[in-house]
Design a protein around this ligand. Structure first.
Ligand code: PHE
Length: 330
């Protein structure tokens, strides 16, 4: 569970506890201690902040302070309300003609569900999860990945520029560079995240989408391991019957490069779900790894497309419209 989900979980369980508020003062105090006590659930969430990336701390600090304030106020109000009611008899308080309370049950967004499945498959085979910046400099998004300025390969990904030197990342591959700049090999990571492209919008392309990047660097990394790992992933995700295809492709930062396609039964056509390849020695040089010693593979998959194939979703735009009739189905 992410910290955000944990916050929601505490908030929801507290709301449920308020709805079934105890009458016995000892139980009321126990409830207060459970949520708001020095070692309560809220304090526990605060202590988890230590594990966060420093860049995430301000946001979570804010969310947690809000939660604490909200819970404290709601609790105090409830206590006051109960004290007022206590002056009436039990008979007077109960109105058995009132309709019952309806608590709609939420669910995780289909993209979150897909991301969780992807993460758990890769975690089970030794990958760690890392994150990186969505707004990045030209160097990390392009140049370090062997895509120089004015190179035609830039046309592969239409870019939103913040200024001349700053972009909304067009892929999660920028995090490959950050990871390698900050640690020594070997390493094995997946990197989920949002990416942005100024593309023509269609049923399978949107200006915002999600990718999961993969990076594995070690001394002995054969191409077959890349292919085998990705095939294993696809089988875990889609089962053994799905028709898949692996074909050669081109990316400036991998050599050789390939792409995996999945047969889309609904549209009766191939759908590309990921690009991959062996890390180009030029990329290793850019981060100061010796390409004579270190080898690696990388991949980047489109989360929306995987979710579309898995759940038979016809249009990528559904993910971003927040239509309850769509969301309810997951
Ligand atoms: N970054 C590529 C894309 O967005 C995918 C990719 C990642 C390809 C890693 C090779 C290696 O299309």
């Amino acid at each position: 569970m992410s910290l955000k989900e944990s916050i929601e979980a505490v908030r929801n369980s507290f709301r449920a506890a308020l709805a079934a508020f105890p009458t016995d003062p000892q139980q009321v105090e126990a409830l207060r201690i459970k949520y708001l006590g020095r070692k309560g659930l809220v304090a526990d969430l605060f202590s988890k902040m230590a594990t966060l990336d420093p860049s995430e701390k301000p946001l979570y600090g804010k969310l947690l302070n809000q939660l604490k304030k909200e819970l404290t106020t709601a609790f105090e109000e409830k206590v006051k309300e109960v004290e007022r009611k206590d002056t009436k008899s039990a008979q007077e308080q109960a109105d058995y003609t009132l309709p019952g309370l309806y608590y709609p049950v939420g669910s995780y967004h289909p993209l979150q569900q897909t991301l969780d499945t992807i993460k758990s498959i890769f975690k089970s085979i030794g990958f760690s999860v890392a994150y990186g910046p969505e707004v990045d400099d030209d160097y990390h998004n392009f140049q370090a990945l062997n895509i120089p300025k004015h190179h035609p390969a830039r046309d592969m990904q239409d870019t939103f520029f913040i200024d001349d030197n700053t972009v909304l990342r067009t892929h999660t591959s920028n995090v490959q560079i950050h990871l390698m700049e900050n640690q020594e090999p070997p390493l094995r990571y997946i990197v989920p995240g949002r990416v942005y492209r100024n593309e023509a919008i269609s049923f399978k392309s949107f200006c915002l989408f999600h990718q999961v990047e993969g990076l594995f660097v070690d001394k002995y990394v054969p191409f077959t391991e890349l292919k085998g790992t990705l095939e294993y992933f696809i089988r875990q995700m889609f089962g053994d019957d799905k028709k898949i295809r692996f074909r050669p492709s081109f990316f400036p930062f991998t050599e050789p490069s390939g792409e995996f396609d999945i047969w889309d039964d609904e549209r009766r056509q191939w759908m590309e779900i990921l690009g991959c390849g062996m890390v180009d020695p030029a990329v290793f040089k850019n981060v100061g790894y010796d390409p004579e010693i270190w080898h690696g593979y990388a991949f980047g998959m489109g989360v929306e497309r995987i979710a579309m194939l898995k759940y038979k979703i016809q249009d990528i735009r559904h993910f971003y419209q927040g239509d309850v009739r769509f969301l309810e189905q997951f």
